[in-house]
Design a protein around this ligand. Structure first.
Ligand code: SF4
Length: 505
């Protein structure tokens, strides 16, 4: 068991090319020492300085930019026999007063470095730098030493092809690029809804469901093999939807994709006219129905995808530095989990996504309204509500069984006991569905007047037919802008100005 990190989940990396014998000997020594101390996997791209000296590569997903939506204080969602690495990192960073270092957007691994030593690299860089840190300054000029120490490790962990930082980078364009963005900019409460991509090859079910939603929601989300379970691809579903005049939000997850495929898929979507992209890390393979594929399936995470796509759009460069002649137009989104971890940690993660490039956030379903407002307040404290549009997730419960399943099995979802009881007491199937609708309408009523909130995202999984009723009966506004072409440039309103108020009810 390592001294400073949780036990690692996967074996250390091996290098893709062999070093000389003396170098291999040195690497073995480094591997042994760092393994005992940090559970090191020899990723060769060390960011211990950034993560309160806990190795993030001990996380089963190898996440380098914060926890996933399934993390809890008790255990990792993938391997319940171990704690969540990122909880340990957040807690230690908090104790050390180094929380803000966690805002830096860390690069994905450079595969040429994995499995190789890093200490000699470190000494080489230190010798090459004309700046310090110089050991003598530790005793004579502590401030300068600290600054140069931080600068040195920044140079070490941030390669030229990435240049991650802790700053907010506003989008480098003026006019909205999607109908969803245009509607959000009007300042009106805006609704999106999810359509589950079909299991089979026929797109007719998408046409039918898009027909129900057209004119009622600003855009429809298409999941990307959620729960590691194969369906029609998000890009194909999005294109079918786009062709019938309803704008899609294409979900794009990191699981199963290398950085090259992510760049290519996102560019392909832009070529097809799909411009809303929701960037996700994705569920671990362990949650899929089939035999689990090889464990190292995460080349990137959601924060890194946002950072990479924003730079492709705004700076016109691929990750490898090649210039993009015709830049893509994307409205980039992220997911958030208000009940996954304490709001202060979730807010930190949300801020990192916003800094990296998220322009809108769709959350996990809200059943505990007070808890949701607490999370909004945490976002407000981090000063991000005027930089991102927030859409609260809403799931209408169709049955008591669904309520129990979500309360007990779905990570990051919190359903108060009184809601589960209402569903239990609602009688037969129809009665339960009616109670689910009543609960959803009560939640929408509160969401509609929540300061700091821009809209909602309805996830009526396999029950999309209920969405029109929810919209009609709740009285939420329908989108005022249905096409970018037929509208004059809308008034530009920032996402939010008002701070959320504490809930007293
Ligand atoms: S819960 Fe998620 S973030 Fe935490 S260690 Fe497990 S996979 Fe990683």
């Amino acid at each position: 068991m390592p001294l400073f990190s949780p036990r690692r989940y996967q074996a250390p990396f091996n290098p893709v090319h062999r070093d000389s014998a003396p170098m291999r000997l040195f690497t073995s020594f480094e591997r042994f020492t760092k393994s005992v101390m940090f559970g090191c996997r020899m990723c060769g791209n060390c960011i211990l300085q950034e993560t309160a000296f806990v190795c993030p590569m001990t996380c089963p997903k190898g996440l380098r930019n914060g926890l996933c939506g399934g993390a809890t204080a008790e255990e990792c969602e993938v391997d319940p026999t171990r704690p969540c690495t990122w909880y340990v990192i957040y807690e230690r960073a908090e104790k050390m007063g180094r929380e803000d270092t966690l805002l830096e957007v860390n690069a994905p691994l450079d595969g040429n470095k994995t499995g190789h030593e890093t200490w000699i690299d470190m000494i080489r860089l230190w010798r090459e730098r004309d700046k310090g840190p110089h050991p003598i300054q530790f005793f004579t000029k502590q401030e300068q030493f600290k600054e140069e120490w931080d600068g040195f490790f920044y140079d070490l962990r941030q390669p030229d092809w990435w240049q991650g930082d802790r700053e907010y980078h506003p989008p480098a364009y003026e006019e909205p690029v999607t109908v969803l963005e245009a509607n959000l900019r009007t300042g009106q409460f805006t609704t999106t809804a999810e359509i589950a991509p079909p299991l089979g090859a026929s797109g007719s079910i998408i046409l039918k469901k898009a027909g129900w939603l057209k004119g009622l929601v600003a855009a429809a989300n298409f999941t990307d093999n959620a729960s590691a379970s194969a369906r029609m691809s998000s890009v194909a579903s999005s294109k079918i939807c786009l062709d019938v005049g309803l704008e899609p939000v294409m979900q794009l997850q990191a699981r199963d994709r290398s950085r090259v495929v992510i760049e290519s898929d996102a560019m392909g979507a832009a070529g097809l006219g799909i411009r809303n992209i929701l960037c996700l890390t994705g569920d671990h393979h362990r949650f899929g129905p089939g035999p689990m594929s090889t464990p190292d399936q995460f080349d990137m995470d959601a924060v890194q995808i946002l950072w990479m796509l924003r730079r492709m759009r705004d700076d016109g460069i691929y990750l490898d530095g090649r210039k993009i002649k015709r830049r893509p137009e994307w409205f980039l989104g992220a997911a958030a989990s208000p009940f996954g971890a304490p709001p202060k940690y979730e807010a930190l993660r949300a801020q990192k996504k916003v800094n990296a490039g998220a322009q809108f956030i769709q959350t996990q379903p809200i059943f505990d309204y007070d808890g949701f407002v607490e999370w909004l307040e945490a976002l407000d404290k981090r000063d991000i509500l005027d930089k991102v549009y927030v859409l609260a997730g809403l799931i209408p419960l169709r049955s008591a069984r669904a309520a129990h399943f979500m309360a007990d099995e779905v990570p990051g979802v919190k359903i108060p006991a009184e809601i589960v009881k209402r569903m239990d007491d609602a009688g037969d199937k129809e009665g339960q569905a009616e109670e689910g609708v009543a609960i959803a309408l009560e939640i929408i009523e509160k969401l509609k007047s929540t300061p700091g909130l821009n809209g909602m995202h309805i996830m009526a999984v396999h029950w999309e037919a209920i969405v029109p009723r929810l919209i009609e009966e709740s009285g939420v506004p329908k989108p005022t802008i249905l096409s970018l072409e037929e509208t004059k440039p809308p008034e530009i309103a920032p996402p939010n100005r008002a701070a959320p108020v504490a809930v007293t009810a």
